[in-house]
Ligand binder design. Structure first.
Ligand SMILES: Cc1cc2nc3c(=O)[nH]c(=O)nc-3n(C[C@H](O)[C@H](O)[C@H](O)COP(=O)(O)O)c2cc1C
Length: 228
């Protein structure tokens, strides 16, 4: 925070929890736009009261970690447009929609539900520019019917990933234990990536992963925006 206040940046974005109001106020005073990830109307209300500028509304369809403030519970499976509408009804801040967006229709639905912008992660994972490892890319493109699941197995915090041997074996057992579990499983995940073994890698993926195409990011984003 000292660094961000002495050398301000245009945007600071928080996830996993809400900073103190004083932190939000100090950043805004330094000219920084403050973005807060929320996953539920109650989180949105609290973030608005804390004075943030923009909300990143993340549905449980999102790939990777959920930004939920209650990681002891599996995030509720509310469709993104429904979540946006519920939050739109409570707060008037600009909303960035995220979670499972993978098609032009999903982008227009998010905007129609009151979002000012749409944000994607998973659909870029096979882009030419992405740093995704070879076994991770192969798993995303695998025609075999993998599913995605919300699991604490890799990090101790709920995150959506492609199912593999590790999630099948440990999702039912994993405690809430972030970041200890993250550090505990990190060497295994790195070794698995080096050994080309997708069964022990955290294959973060949102529900729209089948739309992730191997092409330049620019083309992916232009297609997603084509019906706006
Ligand atoms: C591989 C991967 C890594 C991610 N890492 C982070 C992260 O470090 N911090 C964060 O706030 N969100 C992270 N996310 C979540 C994204 O910010 C975003 O909420 C999500 O990708 C949107 O859903 P989608 O993947 O279905 O498009 C990650 C997502 C993926 C797929």
């Amino acid at each position: 925070m000292d660094l961000l206040l002495s050398s301000p940046v245009p945007v600071v974005s928080f996830t996993f929890g809400l900073p103190d109001e004083a932190v939000v106020a100090a950043l805004r005073k330094a000219g920084t736009l403050v973005v807060q990830t929320v996953t539920a109307p109650a989180e949105a209300r609290a973030a608005a009261e804390a004075g943030v500028d923009v909300l990143a509304v993340q549905s449980s369809a999102a790939g990777g970690h959920s930004g939920t403030w209650t990681p002891q519970h599996t995030p509720t499976a509310t469709p993104l447009p429904e979540l946006l509408t519920a939050i739109r009804n409570e707060v008037s801040l600009p909303l960035i929609a995220a979670g499972g967006i993978a098609t032009p229709v999903a982008v227009t639905e998010a905007l129609a539900a009151g979002a000012a912008a749409a944000m994607v992660g998973t659909v870029l994972l096979r882009a030419d520019e992405a740093g995704t490892s070879a076994p991770y890319r192969a798993a995303l493109a695998d025609p075999a019917p993998r599913r995605t699941t919300i699991t604490r197995a890799f990090t101790g915090r709920p995150a959506r990933a492609l199912t593999n041997d590790f999630t099948d074996r440990y999702s039912g057992l994993a405690p809430y234990g972030y970041p200890a579990l993250h550090h505990l499983t990190s060497p295994m995940r790195q070794a698995a990536a080096a050994a080309n073994d997708p069964e022990r890698i955290n294959l973060w993926a949102g529900t729209g992963y089948r739309h992730a195409a191997a092409e330049p990011a620019e083309r992916i984003l232009q297609r997603l925006a084509s019906q706006v």
